[in-house]
Design a binder for this molecule. Sequence first.
Ligand SMILES: Cc1ncc(COP(=O)(O)O)c(C=O)c1O
Length: 380
Amino acid sequence: MRLRWSPVELASRLTKRGITYNFASGSPDPAVLPIDEVRKSFENIYEKYGTSILAYPGAGGLRELRIEISKYLGRVLNIRAGWREVIITAGAQHAIKLLSQLLIRRGTVVYTENPTFVETIAPMRFQGARLIGVPIDEGGMITQELESLVKKYGKGIVYTIPNCHNPTGVSLSRDRRKHLLEIAEKYDLVIIEDDPYTPLYPNTEPPLRSLSDRVIYVGSLSKVLGPGFRVGFVVVYGKLRNDLEKLEQHDFAVATITQYLVYDLLRRGVADRVIERARDLYPRKLRELVNSLSEYLPDALILKPSCGFYSFIRTRVNAWELLRRSIKAGVAFVPGDRFYVGEGEPDTARLSIGSIKIELIRRGIEVLGNIIRAVTAGAT
Ligand SMILES: Cc1ncc(COP(=O)(O)O)c(C=O)c1O
């Protein structure tokens, strides 16, 4: 199995310096990250737990944190789960890697939106998954297409990002949610729901997991409290839950000190306050991006995003070439070809509004538009 650099990693290595308009990063906006509260939590856990914060973590996660996350699930995501059904992981990425190790063997069929998030697909590929791309539109995964593909390729896993999809920003419509669950029931499919962005927007559809216990839910605090924490979680029942806990003995990847910190931040209501600010900021940023695109790059949007950090655009020129040029003008993004299952489209790109300041979005898109026009006119 060949290991590859993710395009997100590659783009961020290319863009280490001199970038004014960063549409590449999937990190949250520093303006809403609770850095002062983190300092306070450090002091709290030092005072309260002393050297316990330096002990080895147990598999499955710190009990106090699992309890806080089970409350958070009910409060923020409309998901009912006891604390034992919550397994703490080192981010959603680690959760998906562990689930892949448990569920995927060479040839296991995995259905997923096409394009999809390349970094979570990588560990599935590594396990030997046979990936089947399902087309999407502005209503998310086209479940009629999924059903036809399942009839052809058979039983397997559906890996899906139903809310605020990465890289397109679309969300699964209500009817298709119902249909997806019916298909899963009818053909006995496992569903893995990857859901880092729902908390950040008001009026999102509740996660699939809130409708059915057969869904394995993967959540993350990366976009709320900061990806540096590396704290995510899985909601799962039964044998798979036990196996996941046992598998965590292989890496004990989530630091004890981090788990105490996140526990303290949740307990003090810090995550809820961040979410309140995020729900005001990110929808405005996404609107600014969409409006700027319609002004400076009309027809570039492939699908209109509904929430999250991302939009997927057609660049009309090779996106890696374009990236090299646009970096010189201080603009970064992630080329879209590697987000595809199978043959990628070289003239596509993912734009993120995650960490760029809202005031810079319009000008950044104007600059990008000028470069694209200059390249297509052969004038540079
Ligand atoms: C859809 C999706 N899944 C998973 C992740 C990884 O999240 P984490 O930082 O929790 O590993 C991301 C991050 O961008 C994402 O967009």
